[in-house]
Design a protein around this ligand. Structure first.
Ligand SMILES: [Zn+2]
Length: 157
């Protein structure tokens, strides 16, 4: 039984569901699962360059919790690159502060407040081929990779 974890705040959903190694058939790939909180830790500390204290504050977690998140996240990214694994972003107790939609025709992203009404056509090109990225991360991970047996939920601690 998974232990209850505190809900974490994430600015917006990741713009991808995961990444695949190039040049390797899918059936050979194992998965590594990057939890949303771990993704956000990487985004804040390594991508945006915030210090851990600031990043922890933004996510609403303690500094030691943040340090654990970022260490797990880096380990998983390393495992994906060096260990040649598919990286899937899913899982973790979280809430998004904003909503993100993407037009699948012109590629434009549009961000909305969580209470805003979503649009049904692209403001840029008028296409109705629009994806609500928040929905990717709403369910209980139905996605998998070619070869089962990845580290779902990390190493268990
Ligand atoms: Zn468009």
């Amino acid at each position: 039984m998974p232990r209850p974890t505190k809900e974490r705040r994430i600015l917006e959903p990741p713009k991808i569901q995961g990444m695949k190694p190039m040049g390797v058939p899918a059936r050979f790939l194992e998965c590594v699962y990057l939890a949303l909180g771990e993704y956000e830790a990487i985004r804040l500390a390594d991508y945006d360059g915030l210090d851990h204290r600031e990043a922890a504050e933004i996510m609403g977690v303690s500094r030691p919790t943040f340090t654990r998140l970022i260490e797990k996240a880096r380990k998983k990214v390393a495992e994906a690159i060096v260990g040649v694994k598919e990286l899937l972003i899913e899982g973790g107790n979280y809430s998004f502060s904003t909503q993100l939609q993407r037009c699948m025709d012109c590629g434009e992203f549009e961000r909305f407040e969580s209470t805003d009404e979503l649009v049904s056509s692209c403001r840029n090109c008028g296409s109705t081929n629009i994806v609500h990225l928040n929905e990717w991360f709403g369910g209980r991970g139905g996605r998998g990779c070619g070869k089962r047996g990845g580290h779902r939920g990390g190493h268990g601690h």
